[in-house]
Design a protein around this ligand. Structure first.
Ligand code: HSE
Length: 440
């Protein structure tokens, strides 16, 4: 038996993840209290739809009013699982001002308002845990912030949106259509309340913002992230990439460059033989390159009730441990001490260099390819592979697939504009960036 009284927790949100947290805490109560040094009980929970929740709410006071939980004087830790920017931001700030620690799975909240929330937490002497905000059940925040603290992190590349990966996997393996697979991801509880966040890359950008800060010791800068989703990727692109030895994955990439850091989210061709290429369905994986450790790969469930609850409960245990042990000696929110963050700029996408896959829809007549290759040659863009495919049944134009060597984004933008201006090419040109993910 612990010498300390139980820690009381208030829960905001009893949806997919909230339900998972109540079940995991109840099922593993004994082991969790042995780890934390005391019992942890959810005493008060708020949700919009109390009638529809699948949560294990036995013994909890339930309310439809989140403020009642945040202002409950008995509670030491507020667990925010509502998602979205507001009222999550106001409630988190109020909880901190009320002298409560905060644990959240809300990547949108941390990516956009984390700087403000962490400053408020430091001023109040409170902790904010957000392990569940990135890659669901994978303890990637802890791995980078603590496990890799001896390294200079060179880059991070991850499949960090389960819904997008689920859709791309089903398109490739089963040739299924986008809307049907999206509906399945929603039914399984993987997709955000607003699924455009998943398919437009916003959810992945929220997570990458957090990873970039922790990797490089820079403030959170969601507005600086280059964001491209997967909704324009066709089944044909996925198939052509396969034929060339690549797989299309939606990646978040944060890379240290000469004058700053690249922070970008976009569909990416990666070699089929690369480990990341075999990450299928809703699974997430984050590859981290540190100067000392080399590459290390973290793989697991990136969404879903209990995998996400696993990370939420781990944060609660962290908070409870410091309540009993060493409250002054905390791991800084963004891995680096708050007064030691760097002003390394996030680089404009136009300066980033990547190889590219291009798909053009061209009229099948002499001179078209010559026009295209001249446009590329004039801009010093070198072609690695070029394939002309059969026209689709009944179509008058033919797909031409090009792989280029590394080229600066701005130069490729100019080339694409010039190619799209040709009479013989049907706009838009499809461009997917390519990352070899080798050891550099
Ligand atoms: N919608 C998110 C995903 C949930 O699909 O990855 C986990 O953040």
């Amino acid at each position: 038996m612990s010498a300390y009284p139980p820690v009381k927790v208030g829960l905001l949100g009893l949806g997919t993840v909230g339900g998972g947290v109540t079940r995991v805490l109840a099922r593993n109560a004994e082991e969790i209290s042995r780890r934390a040094g005391r019992e942890i009980i959810i005493t008060h929970a708020a949700a919009k739809n109390l009638n529809t929740t699948t949560a294990n709410t036995a013994g909890m006071k339930l309310t439809g009013e989140a403020l009642e939980v945040v202002d409950d004087p008995e509670i030491s830790i507020i667990v925010e699982l509502m998602g979205g920017y507001e009222p999550a931001r106001s409630l988190a700030l109020r909880a901190l001002a009320n002298g409560k620690h905060v644990v959240t799975a809300n990547k949108a909240l941390i990516a956009k308002h984390g700087n403000e929330i962490f400053a408020a937490a430091r001023a109040a002497g409170m902790m904010v845990g957000f392990e569940a905000a990135v890659a669901g059940g994978i303890p990637i925040i802890k791995a980078i912030r603590e496990g890799l603290a001896g390294n200079r992190i060179e880059w991070v590349a991850g499949i960090i949106n389960g819904t997008a990966n689920f859709i791309l996997t089903a398109m490739r393996e089963q040739g299924r259509d986008f809307p049907e697979v999206l509906a399945e991801a929603q039914a399984l509880g993987y997709a955000e309340a607003d699924p455009t966040f998943d398919i437009k890359g916003i959810d992945a950008a929220h997570k990458l913002t957090i990873l970039a800060s922790i990797a490089f010791g820079i403030p959170l800068q969601f507005d600086q992230v280059y964001i491209e989703g997967i909704s324009h990727i066709s089944r044909e692109d996925v198939a052509y990439a396969e034929q060339l030895g690549y797989r299309v994955k939606h990646l978040g990439i944060a890379r240290r460059d000469v004058d700053g850091v690249q922070v970008r989210v976009h569909p990416t061709l990666i070699p089929q033989r690369h480990l990341l290429a075999s990450v299928s369905g809703v699974m997430n994986a984050v590859l981290v390159k540190g100067d000392a450790v080399g590459q290390s790969l973290y793989y697991g469930a990136g969404a879903g009730a209990e995998p996400t609850a696993s990370a939420v409960v781990a944060d609660i245990v962290d908070v409870v441990r410091t309540l009993t042990a060493d409250p002054e000696n905390r791991v800084p929110h963004l891995a680096f001490q708050a007064d030691a963050l760097s002003d390394l700029p996030v680089l404009p996408m136009a300066s980033v260099e990547t190889a590219c896959y291009l798909r053009l829809q061209a009229q099948d007549r002499p001179g078209v390819l010559a026009d295209v290759t001249r446009i590329l040659a004039d801009r010093d863009i070198s072609i690695e592979a070029l394939v002309q495919k059969e026209p689709a049944p009944g179509a008058s134009d033919v797909p031409i697939i090009l792989l280029t060597y590394e080229v600066q984004e701005q130069r490729m933008n100019d080339a694409i504009a010039a190619i799209e201006a040709l009479d013989s090419i049907r706009a838009p040109v499809m461009r997917i960036r390519l990352e070899p993910l080798d050891s550099d």
